[in-house]
Design a protein. Structure first.
Length: 579
């Protein structure tokens, strides 16, 4: 097997295999690279030794059987027996389901999660979006502190278990998307600095020095990140990647890293003959993120829409703190704007930021499926002080808006039945000082927002993770089963009616009145009442009810009586009349 490593800072590089060291030779064709060939079947453990220092894991390790600080292990990706060829599933028309392997089931493994795939197939979603699975310290965590960007967290089951999960998902017709973190690594277990300039002090992020995308040595760092992304798509047969916090990828080069990555992914898609896509998380509200490269954009295929979430959340809950302030001030009209224009902040003034924010998205040229729409995510639930979710009563109307929107809908695990289990922030750092610092920082952060410190869960307490596991007995309880049926019906309707997957934003008409919202999409009228009192919503043409929450009824006028927190999907009987 060929072992090769980029270590431009080293004068001598050795590899430790089976307690024996072997010298690596400089690669004459690539500056800073070292290489050697050794017999090493799958499972062989190894580590690199730089200039006589301590053994270090391979930066491109495919497996870390003992965690981020231990030796690496050889993986033979060609040895896995896939069930059948996978044609892929593209993003247009998709319904995503965000899933955290460690809390989707109490067991917290890929194999246990695979046993629940029939539930997701019956729900009607098209893709599972896995939260990060790269190795991180300890057993339990969100995964955003990963350090080995080519490997799979061993407590989840490691590389083979992930392949079994993806293969099982494919047998159910489900695509798989992976959340990857390129904007920072670690800090615990991060052994990259001795190898080379993976980070730069030219730029700083909330996590410290930025990943080096534009300083000397950045060519190899960009190749490292791109190679990792392509490996996930190729070796694990994934359909797409979600890129965490791309606004923290500071890059001053003429060819931005994200454009380079999108070009590489499109090239792999052509080579494999199946669709592949990239979804960005960005708080910039910049349409160039998803604009085609030939139009001067970065060429990513979609981006999360926090504006849509914030507008929907304030309409559902009435909350107005922090970044919800701008949306709460506008009421349901903020939601109406995002449905037709994609962004709420499109160059407008943001009182929360104290400045203007964003840039207009042209609704006539930007398809809505390039925006991911959701009522809940791991961020928006887990970054609340106690990880509380929306309730069954709140979710009924929210689901109607999300699942009939022009965006690509995404659900957060358990949302479909109104899970009552919280989803809290949890870590498992074995370094007692780091663990204590995280606990203090979390409690201090929320104390500044009025929470008593003792009420903020301790991230290091194993009970915090255990509370965050889904309760799979809940879907069989009447109130939860009724909501689950509502989600299934809405997804099935979306799948069967082209008007509800039409991504043309300027074809959407949304109007707010009080605490209600009326949306017109082709022949469909989607009505939602976010208040705790019944509401009468007038219509501009006769309609028939297609789907409705209990208590909805047609009235003369024409109009619809919506119960408190109710929602309905109607079809006009006179398609020539505008909404």
């Amino acid at each position: 097997m060929l072992f090769e490593v980029w270590a431009p800072l080293a004068q001598q590089v050795e590899i430790l295999v089976d307690e024996r060291t072997h010298r690596l030779d400089p690669d004459p064709s690539r500056e800073g690279w070292w290489r050697t060939e050794l017999p090493a079947p799958a499972g062989t453990r190894y580590a690199y030794v730089l200039d006589g220092g301590p053994p270090l894991p391979d930066p491109r390790s495919r497996r870390q059987p003992d965690g981020p600080d231990g030796p690496s292990a050889v993986v033979d990706h060609d040895a896995f027996a896939w069930s059948a060829p996978w044609p892929g599933r593209g993003l247009p028309g998709a319904v995503l389901y965000e899933l955290h392997v460690g809390t989707f089931t109490p067991e917290g493994t890929f194999d246990a999660a695979a046993e629940r795939l029939p539930h997701l197939a019956r729900l009607g979603v098209t893709h599972i979006q896995l939260m990060p699975v790269c190795p991180f310290p300890g057993t339990n965590g969100w995964g955003y502190e990963g350090v080995s960007l080519w490997a799979v967290h061993e407590p989840y089951g490691g590389p083979e278990a992930m392949k079994r999960f993806v293969d099982a998902a494919h047998r159910h017709g489900l695509g798989v998307v992976l959340d990857v973190v390129h904007n920072h690594l670690g800090p615990s277990g991060n052994h990259l600095p001795p190898f080379g300039p993976y980070f730069t002090d030219r730029h700083h992020t909330p996590w410290g020095d930025a990943v080096n995308l534009d300083a000397p040595g950045s060519d190899e760092v960009r190749s490292f990140l791109t190679g990792s992304a392509l490996a996930w798509l190729r070796d694990y047969r994934l359909d797409g990647l979600r890129l965490d916090a791309v606004h923290a990828l500071v890059d001053t080069r003429a060819l931005h890293f994200l454009e380079e990555l999108s070009l590489a992914v499109d090239g792999l898609s052509a080579a494999l003959g199946r669709p592949l896509f990239l979804i960005a998380e960005s708080d910039l509200n910049d349409p160039r993120t998803t604009a085609p490269r030939e139009a001067g954009g970065l060429g990513l295929h979609a981006q999360w829409s926090d504006d849509f979430h914030h507008a929907l959340h304030t309409a559902v809950t009435g909350e107005s703190q922090a970044y919800y302030a701008d949306f709460a001030a506008a009421g349901p009209a903020a939601l109406a704007k995002t449905l037709g224009h994609g962004f709420f902040h499109d160059g407008s003034y943001s009182s929360f930021r104290g400045r203007h924010h964003g840039r207009p998205l042209d609704p006539s040229t930007a398809p809505g499926h390039r925006l991911i729409g959701y009522a809940q995510t791991h961020d928006q639930v887990g970054n609340r002080a106690t990880g509380d979710r929306l309730t069954v009563r709140q979710l009924a109307a929210a689901a109607a808006i999300v699942l009939t929107s022009p965006f690509t809908p995404m659900l957060f695990m358990g949302e479909e039945w109104g899970a009552t289990t919280p989803w809290q922030f949890f870590t498992d750092h074995h370094d007692p000082e780091l663990g204590a610092a995280i606990t203090r920082g979390r409690r201090r952060e929320f104390a500044g927002h009025g929470w008593a410190e003792q009420d903020v869960p301790d991230p290091q307490d194993p009970a915090t993770r255990d509370r965050s596991c889904l309760d799979w007995a809940e879907p069989d309880k009447p109130e939860h089963r009724e909501l689950l049926d509502w989600y299934r019906a809405l997804i099935a309707l979306r799948r069967s009616e082209p008007a509800l997957t039409d991504p043309q934003l300027d074809a959407v008409t949304a109007t707010a009145g009080g605490r209600t919202l009326r949306v017109a999409r082709g022949p469909f009228r989607i009505l939602a009442n976010f208040s705790d009192a019944p509401a009468r919503v007038p219509l501009n043409s006769p309609c028939e009810i297609v789907l409705a929450r209990p208590g909805c009824k047609l009235l003369p006028g024409p109009a619809v009586q919506l119960p408190a927190r109710g929602a309905a999907v109607l079809r006009t009987t006179d398609a020539t009349v505008e909404a």
